[in-house]
Write a protein that binds this ligand. Structure first.
Ligand code: IPM
Ligand code: MG
Length: 363
């Protein structure tokens, strides 16, 4: 297969971890005889510095001309002033919106080799395997807002959802549940928020009409925050609106021991020439400016994001599994980056960890 991927390394550790994921993709290309091409673009703080915008038009065009997008991370202290007119995060939100990526898939699976890397007790974690589907282009992130002008004491944001926005992400989550253990937990705050009451009604109706075979429960977001650390293995697919999903996925990432391990896929309606969604794939961790440039960042979340890219945007399931198996293998062999070291025998830097995965992909 021929495939063109856009790579947006971004800021902080973004360039270091995406470089390793690209090497892994190249190894997949060699082993399975695919011609992968990579086009690089600017996003976030580096784009502000170079082009004055967190999301230059060329970057949008590059992504639209590609089959899928691999992203590192954006942001850093240099661009941290929350009142600045241009901020790195605008690039991230902008590219999600520009590509219509309404569903963000964040799988959280505990790797048995890392049972002790988590702050939670091993018996609480046993059997954790959940998929959070976060709505990504609506809600309070994109609703009308009023910024407080200097001296102003009032500001607001609006959490707005429409039926079609709720339906499409619910459909995607329910389909995912069908391919897993057949259970969907929809998160809302229907005891307080009007948008959540609509959310709950639309999810209930759609599930009743289209997915009667998938077991549905509604869980209030505050209760979900508790259940996720009390009995995380009880969940299969968790569906949440944008802000709730943002918060719950940071929490859920701790179930896997480190943010450095969790990949994500953002999917929309647009299909690429392979007939698959033109998705965007990124680790769920941030740009980690404190360790940027030191060569110690954990590249596994980005490498696992590349595996999701192979699966969801290129339809290459066997290749995706080869990458995931290679990651499992290096972890089972005891190789660790500092974030998951836990007294491990062999602590590696970013490039050495990437190379270990490449060796295992190549077989
Ligand atoms: C995430 C991040 C982003 C978000 C930030 C960086 C804008 O936290 O991808 O979860 O809130 O969506
Ligand atoms: Mg977040």
């Amino acid at each position: 297969m021929k495939a063109i991927m856009a790579v947006l390394p971004g800021d902080g550790i973004g360039p270091e971890v995406t470089a390793e994921a690209v090497l892994v993709l190249e190894a997949v290309g060699r082993r399975f005889d695919h011609a992968f091409q990579f086009g690089y673009g600017l996003l976030g703080g580096c784009a502000i510095d170079a082009a004055g915008s967190a999301l230059p038009l060329e970057t949008v065009m590059l992504c639209q001309a590609s089959d899928a997008v691999l992203l590192g991370a954006v942001g850093g202290p240099k661009w941290d002033d929350p009142t600045a007119p241009v901020r790195p995060e605008q690039g991230l939100l902008g590219i999600r919106k520009a590509l219509g990526l309404y569903a963000n898939l964040r799988p959280v699976k505990l790797n048995p080799a890392l049972l002790h890397a988590s702050t939670l007790k091993p018996e609480t974690l046993a059997g954790v395997d959940l998929l959070v589907v976060r709505e990504l282009t609506g809600g309070i992130y994109f609703g009308a807002r009023k910024e407080a002008a200097p001296g102003d004491e009032v500001a607001y944001d609006t959490m707005l959802y429409s039926r079609p926005e709720i339906e499409r992400v619910t459909r995607l989550a329910a389909q995912a549940a069908r391919g897993r253990r057949g259970r969907l937990a929809s998160v809302d705050k229907a005891n307080v928020l009007a948008s959540s009451r609509l959310w709950r009604r639309v999810v209930s109706e759609l599930m009743r009409d289209e997915f009667p075979d998938v077991a549905l429960e509604h869980v209030l977001v505050d209760a979900m925050a508790m259940h996720l650390i009390r009995r995380p293995a009880a969940y299969d697919v968790v569906l949440a609106e944008n802000l709730f999903g943002d918060i719950l996925t940071d929490e859920a990432s701790m179930l896997a021991g480190s943010m450095g391990l969790l990949p994500s896929a953002s999917l929309g309606e647009e299909l690429n020439p392979h007939g698959q969604p033109r998705g965007l794939y990124e680790p769920i961790h941030g740009s980690a400016p404190d360790i940027a440039g030191k060569g110690v960042a954990n590249p596994l979340a980005t490498i696992l994001s590349a595996a999701m890219l192979l699966r969801h945007s290129l339809g290459l399931e066997v290749e995706a599994q080869a990458v995931e198996a290679a990651v499992d293998f290096v972890l089972a062999a005891g190789l660790r980056t500092p974030d998951i070291a836990d007294g491990a025998a062999e602590v590696l830097g970013t490039a050495a960890m990437g190379a270990a995965v490449v060796r295992n992909v190549t077989g």
